[in-house]
Design a protein around this ligand. Sequence first.
Ligand SMILES: [Ca+2]
Ligand SMILES: [Ca+2]
Ligand SMILES: [Ca+2]
Length: 484
Amino acid sequence: MLAAAALFAACNKDEEVKNPELSVNNDKIVCSANGGFFTVDVKSNIKWTVKTDDQSWYSLDKMSGENDGVITVTIDPLSEMTDRNASFEVFGEDLKVVVSVVQKAKEAPEVTKYTVDVSAEKGSYVYDVPAGYDFTVSSDVDWISVEKADGKITVNVSANTSGESRTGKVSAYLDKDILFAEIVVNQGKLESSPLAPKPGELLIEEVYFTGSLIEGTTSSAADKYIRLTNNSDHLVYVDRVMFCKNYMDGFITNVGAFSTYPTLDTEGIAVTDMYVIPGSGEDYPVLSGESIIIAIDAQNFSEENPNAFDLSKADFEFNDGVIDVEDSDNPDVPDMIVWFKQLHSNTYFHNRGYESYAIVLPPAYETAETIMTNHHWTGTRIWDWTSPYNGENYHFEYDIADEDAFLIPAEWVLDAVNCTTEDTFYRNPWGAAFDAGWTHAGDFDGDISRFGKSVRRLSVDGKLVDTNNSTNDFIPNATPTLKK
Ligand SMILES: [Ca+2]
Ligand SMILES: [Ca+2]
Ligand SMILES: [Ca+2]
């Protein structure tokens, strides 16, 4: 049969009856992910037509021809990580050739890896990754969010208020879960200045809680202040130093009643009102041996009352205007920041000495909110009273978690002084680890002679005495430091 066909063809050559021919020089185009131009030489002696599979990532410059010809194939770049395949047919008369097109997947680059240490402050950081890849990126922690662009990953880190260093991981993948980039973010915790005061460095030198007598009355002016002194040998910053008052009472009420609280000897101090010196860490330096004065009102009380002091140059003041209570404000004197205030009324120092005072430095990451949440004092308060009138015992128990009481950890406490009245003292609000003694102004509860008297820390050889026992460390009924 073959021989016969060949003979037939040969016999018809002269009559221009030719054997139809259709072939290509290359029936498999293999292209890289970059794409490009390829040619297919068609060898033929007939009319031919091209039919494609209609995929959009390649195109042909012609769809038909006659006799020999060249088809140019244009292939787009491939950004995905899998191969793709297509084919087109060239056909004419009964003949057909199939040209396959294979585009190889992009090769995954070597994984880009970063391990970075970032500060506790919030921030955005941009990291380079190989350009030209489609990728997805995500973080494994809620404090990091991510954005991407070609060749870049932006990592947005929240401020670290957790109190601990922390680590999060950002991972980027090409499709098919091929790891593309990995960024390990180590975030430090917020730290106080290295020159923030340590316990014992910044001391309560004086509390003038009585106020100066208003002549002809049994009351005193509001020229009250607390003096804090840098007893260290170097500069300290007082930014964020918190002033607070005791929560537990230290005196017996006038009917002889008292409350019993859970024992707090060493774990911390129970406080209620909390006020913080402004500043972000290194705004308020105090030199070695120097003091600051925090005034109830930074006003010149001596203008109206010759007994009273000029506190208009105080370093800080309690301004209740900031909590919407009417108060004087000296605009030149920065206000203490109120973190918690039990009563919606004017800040004062109780002029009989019913209050105890402490200064503490909360860690830099603490805020009013974190203290409310994490440092609420829990336990049961017991109120016990045997009536001297009828001999009956009255006993009540209260859940402290329902009260405005906060437990300041021992390690935050810089200094504390228990104050009370001499004749009604029954117990120190704060434990011996903080102040084993107590001090007073006036010799009995309500003693009028207390006005104009202060409690002042002893000084020996230019250094304040701090044995954490104010019975020994303080002078009761002292002359105020501001007295000329
Ligand atoms: Ca005030
Ligand atoms: Ca002010
Ligand atoms: Ca002390």
